[in-house]
Design a protein around this ligand. Structure first.
Ligand code: SF4
Ligand SMILES: [Zn+2]
Length: 121
């Protein structure tokens, strides 16, 4: 029972932090205090919906490193903007989450490089 909870910890954390990141973005970019604007609300709902349907919930990696990427192209662009803005700001409020993202990014880039190397042979 506890093992299962651990396997879904990253997924649960993302469900908590994505709305916070969008809120941070909305406050900084759209000047909204308290509630987020309608566009950011839509993005939050969409991101949470995608997370709920995600086939990689177990030991989940960040969406940025997903090969499937289930987001619609416009939503993907918007969430990328949010990550670009809020990601570095998360270092202060959620350092573990932010550093985990950096480590996963390094591992992901290494993996891509390795795969590209194999294809050339
Ligand atoms: S982008 Fe990938 S990891 Fe993220 S919710 Fe969609 S399927 Fe899951
Ligand atoms: Zn907004």
């Amino acid at each position: 029972m506890q093992k299962t909870a651990k396997e879904f910890k990253a997924w649960e954390r993302e469900k908590r932090l994505i709305p916070k990141m969008i809120k941070m973005y909305c406050r900084g970019k759209h000047g909204c205090r308290g509630e987020v604007c309608a566009e950011c609300r839509k993005l939050t709902d969409y991101a949470l919906f995608r997370l709920e349907k995600c086939p990689f919930k177990k030991n989940k990696q960040f969406c940025s490193f997903c090969k499937v990427h289930c987001y619609k192209p416009d939503m993907r662009e918007r969430i990328k903007e949010v990550m670009k803005y809020s990601g570095p700001r998360m270092i202060l409020s959620h350092p573990l989450f932010a550093f985990k993202h950096v480590f996963q990014m390094i591992a992901y880039k290494r993996k891509l490089k390795k795969e590209a190397g194999k294809k050339q042979c």
